[in-house]
Design a protein around this ligand. Structure first.
Ligand code: 5GP
Length: 218
């Protein structure tokens, strides 16, 4: 039996590796896995919903929250501020929910200082060539922005060694399966087994006589 506390999964990737789609698909197929809604100062994109995809706030509000220590981590990514709420994360983990954080490498570094036992997963595209093609499609109106993201991708990919797992997102279904396997196997880790449950199930059996005498049989 697993401990009551949820496990924490941190997923990072360079822009264009397909991380967000992978994380969304995963949360939809694993019932006890939820993503923590981050705060951001970036503008809302078409189809996004406040407090579902992100909590969208003005920069002055974000900075005040950061000053008050309300973020477990925060960072500037592609010119906008993003942060994970300490309160939201703790509440979810305490309720036993497994949490997936889709955050950048700067955020992951900060989280690692506080949650060393989290599971750190890095998503890679199959190659730089494929990453370029994906970004080209996504940023068709801004060559400058694409160049910026590619440069940044090189720096981000250098971080892969800090993560526990690396998934190459070539075939989407395979990448999902690998992610699912990592997440499912986490609950079987010895550190996640409740010692009180083991005690109750296996070491507190008593014979009727021993029970009367208040003794254990083991
Ligand atoms: P997007 O704006 O495209 O949704 O996300 C841009 C980048 O910001 C992605 O790499 C995403 O992982 C990262 N990001 C999203 N939320 C957070 C957060 O709370 N903290 C940090 N550090 N990065 C985040």
């Amino acid at each position: 039996m697993k401990k009551n506390r949820g496990s924490l999964f941190i997923v990072s990737a360079p822009s264009g590796a397909g991380k967000t789609t992978l994380c969304q698909k995963l949360s939809s197929i694993l019932p006890n896995l939820q993503h923590s809604v981050s705060f951001t100062t970036r503008p809302v994109r078409l189809g996004e919903v406040n407090n579902r995809d992100y909590t969208f706030v003005r920069e002055n509000v974000f900075r005040k929250m950061a000053k008050r220590g309300e973020f477990i981590e925060w960072a500037k990514v592609h010119g906008h501020l993003y942060g994970t709420s300490k309160k939201r994360l703790k509440e979810m983990l305490n309720k036993g929910i497994n949490v997936i954080l889709d955050i950048d490498i700067q955020g992951a570094r900060q989280i690692k200082k506080k949650y060393a036992d989290g599971v750190y997963i890095f998503i890679l595209p199959p190659s730089m060539k494929v990453l370029k093609e994906r970004l080209k499609k996504r940023m068709c109106n801004s060559k400058e922005e694409m160049e910026k993201r590619l440069k940044r991708a090189v720096e981000e990919i250098k971080e892969y060694k800090r993560y526990d797992y690396v998934i190459i997102n070539n075939i989407f279904e395979d990448a999902i399966e690998e992610l699912r396997a990592i997440i499912s196997s986490e609950k079987t880790r010895t550190k996640n087994i409740d010692p009180l449950w083991v005690e109750k199930k296996f070491f507190s059996l008593r014979s009727p006589q021993a029970a009367r005498r208040g003794e254990r049989i083991c």
